[in-house]
Design a protein around this ligand. Structure first.
Ligand SMILES: Nc1ncnc2c1ncn2[C@@H]1O[C@H](COP(=O)(O)OP(=O)(O)OP(=O)(O)O)[C@@H](O)[C@H]1O
Length: 249
């Protein structure tokens, strides 16, 4: 291998998305403190933390959709921290927010069709048939309007909509919140399966540890706006007091 190629390999980052020493503020309120987080290409990362710990603020800091951020948001090696939210989304970042935000007065099929507009240039989004194959729960619901769906069906639709544009990074903010255990299990299996078939990266904010474990390989814990743990699930399990210290309600 030529020397120049070797040095490129050495300096190339294996991370697709990185937050580097980010401090985020709502006005005078300092919410994220020196947060650094890496999402490897094709990797799955869970972000665990109690209510108010800063999970949604971290997502908004990645997308540039709320707090003011000091520090770097690096995507494919470039600092995108000064770019507007629509430009960051068009790079392949897809957020499924905590409140789902599906359109209540149009059909499931129309909700999915709408999401195709978020596909990157040159990328063919998933067709409705492909999405139904990935999310069998949505078959038979295509004509229903958003408001006619149960909470679990709405969440499936929200996650499906996030996947339609074939993102490079899917950002899922507490998708299991408020769902019945059976639906949570189905959602976990779908996400794990889709991750195996499609090679996108995942950042998953959750309070449901079992759900997060099924969908990801790495774990971060955030507490009062600071990252207090980073490791694999095995490393997480080796420190059982993490749960009582940072995650118990
Ligand atoms: N728009 C805002 N203006 C001011 N403070 C905010 C705003 N949004 C969130 N906060 C505060 O920032 C802190 C972190 O909130 P954040 O929503 O990021 O937490 P979270 O971990 O996502 O929790 P939850 O699951 O309850 O949404 C909290 O103290 C919250 O009150």
């Amino acid at each position: 291998m030529p020397e120049s190629a070797k040095s490129t390999l050495v300096t190339m980052s294996p991370q697709l998305l990185e937050l580097k020493n980010c401090n985020s503020f709502y006005g005078d309120s300092h919410v994220l403190h020196d947060v650094s987080l890496d999402i490897p290409s094709g990797g799955g990362v869970a972000l665990l933390g109690r209510n108010g710990a800063g999970k949604s603020t971290l997502f908004k800091s990645i997308l540039g959709s709320g707090p003011s951020v000091q520090g770097e948001v690096v995507f494919e090696g470039k600092d995108i921290g000064r770019r507007p939210v629509y430009e960051r989304a068009s790079l392949g970042l897809s957020l499924v927010p905590e409140d789902r935000r599906i359109f209540p007065h149009i059909s499931v099929e129309e909700n999915l069709a709408f999401a195709k507009r978020a596909a990157r240039k040159g990328v063919k989004p998933f067709s409705t048939a492909e999405i139904v194959e990935l999310f069998p729960m949505l078959s038979g619901l295509l004509d229903r309007r958003g408001y006619q769906l149960s909470g679990g069906q709405q969440q499936m639709l929200a996650v499906a909509r996030g996947i339609v544009p074939k993102p490079l990074v899917l950002l899922l903010d507490e998708p299991a919140e408020g769902l019945a255990p059976l639906i949570v299990q189905e959602l976990a299996e779908q996400i794990a399966l889709i991750r195996k078939r499609e090679s996108f990266s995942l950042l998953l904010a959750e309070q449901n540890i079992d759900f997060a474990r099924q969908c990801t390989e790495q774990v971060y814990i955030i507490d009062t706006g600071r990252i207090v743990f980073k490791g694999t699930w095995d490393e997480f399990d080796a420190e059982p007091d993490l749960v009582s210290r940072y995650l118990a309600v």
